[in-house]
Design a protein around this ligand. Structure first.
Ligand code: GAP
Length: 514
């Protein structure tokens, strides 16, 4: 992972936020290549979800899938978060160490105790799994007890906590009682900044879509089943941001709220599970590093307890391997959200479905009024970018660039590069013209680089490292035969094509032909 982070910084994909001030834990900025990579991923989602849902596949009802976009505010009425449950339930219980001032997630702290619960007057050695404290405390515990066993701190009776030695502490009994720590960032709306003016930065984009459900139904021609989709920033004051951008405090989501009749929810849940998995594969995450995992009943979020289930699409990141980390969740939220907003806002959010209900003598349907169920495919854009970078990263000591990014051409921030082989014999002028032509056609999809200097091998190596899929080189034969070489990043192989075919060739490779 360290190598991927180093390359990300070196080539301008991802920088630490506020780096010149020492950085801010849990915040990351995207550099020039990262900003374009992220935009390309967001655009691909938008194209395949909103503009051409499921790439034109029919839904389980045999009809085309209908989705409309939305763009709602980061700051919503504070009652939105009361209704959604975020004010009361969006928190992690934490324990603090009075001695070291460190804060730990309660459920992450375990202790080494004597095996079989043998009585002891020695300390229990607390640690956090996967951190250096684990080995350090184990060594001390084995010295004290011989054979040891691991017990969750939550299983240690409170009266024994005064004998627990916290990670890195010197004295026992320094851990506080667990306290709830709300993950929403608080702010104030208006100049007076009193407690009456408290508002929150949204912890998910989803709620804006539920809150505007009625407006969308009333002002557009959508009919259930249909979806609302949006992308945007979300903020969570994560207790332990970590693993590069994987757990950040500011991140971007790409969410769909798909509204359907309760009887059809299971079919749509299956549909979105398959569709979303296929999508991540289509943009370069195919293979054994990607899987779909059905959550167990205990794992289900409060809003998904009554539904058909929740599945996570997970990627094997270098820091989770051999385990996997979630990049998207697909949840059947039943009517939890519309019902709760209907109750808290005292607004009627039921949908009148004229095509359902009893068949009347005149052949028309009586209609049915109901709260639609929701299937929510909720993806993380930053986690998507991170998974794509990890998947694309390859080491090949035999190449001029021993590290390279095999990015899917559709997502790659640099689409192509144009080089004159040498700076003479009319090559620079031809290369500049070719670059202008390609930039005119493809620049809205990504960068078209023009690099006239340095040895050609070095220029190829720079492009490999940045994930540029194609390099076109103008050489002596271009001047005489109007052909250029095209070099394929993945194989390093070169072929010659006519210079007037370059634009068509690139369009085809980027899936933009026709
Ligand atoms: N509306 C449902 C919802 O927000 P979630 O599982 O909490 O569900 C959805 O979040 C996605 O957002 C996750 O699959 C993940 O990709 C991304 N995400 C969540 N927390 C994140 C964090 N702290 N940093 C980066 N991405 C995060």
């Amino acid at each position: 992972m360290d190598k991927i982070m180093a390359l990300s910084k070196r080539r301008g994909f991802i920088y630490q936020a506020s780096e010149i001030y020492g950085g801010l834990n849990g915040f990351w900025d995207y550099g020039p290549l990262g900003a374009q990579l992220k935009k390309n991923l967001r655009d691909a989602w938008w194209q395949d979800v909103v503009m051409n849902p499921a790439n034109g596949a029919l839904g389980p009802d045999g009809q085309p899938v209908s989705i409309v976009p939305l763009d709602t505010c980061i700051i919503q009425h504070p009652k939105v978060w009361e209704a959604s449950g975020h004010t009361s339930t969006f928190n992690d219980p934490m324990v603090d160490c009075r001695e070291t001032k460190a804060r730990y997630r309660f459920d992450h702290v375990h202790v080494y105790a004597p095996k079989g619960g043998a009585p002891t007057d020695k300390p229990f050695f607390a640690f956090v799994q996967g951190t250096p404290s684990e080995a350090k405390q184990k060594k001390k515990a084995e010295k004290a007890f011989g054979e040891v066993e691991v017990v969750a701190l939550s299983e240690v009776p409170k009266e024994r906590w005064e004998r627990v030695l916290a990670p890195d502490a010197e004295k026992v009994g320094s851990l506080t009682e667990p306290r709830a720590f709300n993950l929403m960032f608080k702010t104030y709306v208006g100049a007076t900044a009193t407690e009456d003016d408290v508002a929150y930065l949204r912890p998910e984009t989803a709620q804006g879509m539920f809150v505007q459900f009625k407006n969308v139904v009333d002002t557009t021609r959508v009919k259930v089943p249909f979806g609302i989709a949006q992308t945007g920033k979300a903020f969570r004051n994560e207790v332990t941001p970590r693993n590069f951008t994987f757990r950040s405090r500011e991140f971007e989501q790409m969410e769909i709220e798909f509204f359907c009749h309760p009887d059809e929810a299971r079919g749509w849940y299956e549909f979105w599970r398959q569709t979303r998995l296929a999508w991540w594969k289509s943009i370069g995450l195919a293979g054994e590093n990607l899987l779909m995992r059905e959550q167990t009943r205990d794992e289900l979020a409060h809003y998904a307890k009554d539904g058909a289930g929740t599945s996570d699409i997970e990627y094997k990141f270098p820091f989770t391997a051999p385990g996997f980390g979630e990049i998207e969740g697909i949840a059947h939220r039943a009517d939890f959200d519309l019902a709760t907003h209907q109750k808290h806002a005292r607004a009627k959010l039921e949908y009148f479905d004229a095509e359902r209900g009893e068949l009347m003598p005149n052949g028309a349907r009586k209609g049915e009024r109901y709260l639609p169920h929701v299937i929510e495919p909720s993806a993380g854009l930053d986690r998507g970018v991170l998974a794509i970078l990890c998947e694309a990263y390859k080491e090949d000591p035999s190449r001029a660039s021993p590290e390279l990014l095999l990015l899917n051409p559709r997502i790659a921030p640099i689409k192509a590069a144009v080089f004159p082989l040498v700076q003479k014999e009319g090559m620079p002028e031809i290369a500049a013209n070719l670059h202008r032509e390609l930039a005119g056609r493809f620049a809205r999809h990504g960068f078209i680089e023009h690099d006239p200097k340095q040895a050609i091998g070095k220029r190829y190596a720079r492009m490999d490292e940045a994930g540029c899929p194609y390099c076109f080189t103008v050489d002596g034969e271009t001047v005489t035969h109007q052909t250029v070489t095209v070099r394929d990043r993945d194989t390093g192989a070169q072929e010659r094509i006519a210079i007037d075919r370059v634009s068509g060739f690139l369009a085809e490779k980027l899936g933009l032909a026709g």
